[in-house]
Design a protein around this ligand. Sequence first.
Ligand SMILES: [Zn+2]
Ligand SMILES: [Zn+2]
Length: 337
Amino acid sequence: MDILQTLYNEIIGFLGVSQVWEILKTGNYSSFTTYEGIVALIYPIIPLLILLEFILGLVYKKPQTKVYKVNFLIYIFNRFIGRFIAIAMVVLIIGALQSYALFQTEMTWYWFIYGYIIWEFGHFIYHYLGHKVRLFWCLHSTHHAPEEMNLSVTHAHFFLEAPYADTIRTTVCILLGVDPALLFLIMFIDGTYGAFIHVGENLMKNGRMGFLNKIILTPSHHRVHHAKNPLYMDTNFCNLLNIWDKLFGTYQNEEADIAIEYGITREINSGNFLDVYFGEFVALFKDIARAPGLKNKLLYTVMPPGWSHTGEHQTAKIVRNAHLQQNIPSQKKVAKV
Ligand SMILES: [Zn+2]
Ligand SMILES: [Zn+2]
């Protein structure tokens, strides 16, 4: 009975319906119009879309079995360890740093916009470092391992990535005066939208979302981010507002003539949980063991993936620049779109 109860709780937890269920039980339907009620209604949207997308995959005979299998294992594994680490980290940082804030914002619409821009800045820093510092790439690469895209990829994360990401994002926001209540609202919106941008072709064939593609970061942009094509590598680090990508020169559109190839560039068995979860650590340890001298060993942990002590670097920047040099016509097209 205990196992059944645990299983039931886990399913309810995954679906995010527990708060809706509580409100329904009280019969007080008017509370759906309150902030808590609206949040309770938004929570189950992504889990239900995951299920719908999974079913559509079966209907279209594009089941993406490998991606679902590994992401399911990651979800279970992460449930056992580290679920609350990220939340604890956020609370800890707010407590420790709030008194050092440059100034303090309030819950108003204009401070909300300010807070969101600052949050995106923090997100950009964490995400950029996740791609450019080899040790952090070990944490982030789990998210990039899937070779097809669907909403389950939103659960594909190494368990230490959330605390590391939230440490950076929360520190930036708190020091730049974002009110904690505002921060939690932004985190909720960003968490939901950040999950949605992983919607796959089975549910949304064209991820550009019409004119929105020009204004905000769409699933199409995030598909580009998950691609290993030379042109697409290490671009589109933002989540919803892609102003920082545009400002720092990491913005990249999905090109009609360059089909996205999902995944990472090293040889990987993306159907193997251990390879997806720990493979980059193994690769890093091998490089460190091979490298001569302490300096080279240390450099492997902090330099971008693809850096080599022999000087034969294969970093994303080098690969992308080489591609742009060889494909000047397509570079022009990038500027035109
Ligand atoms: Zn990434
Ligand atoms: Zn992603």
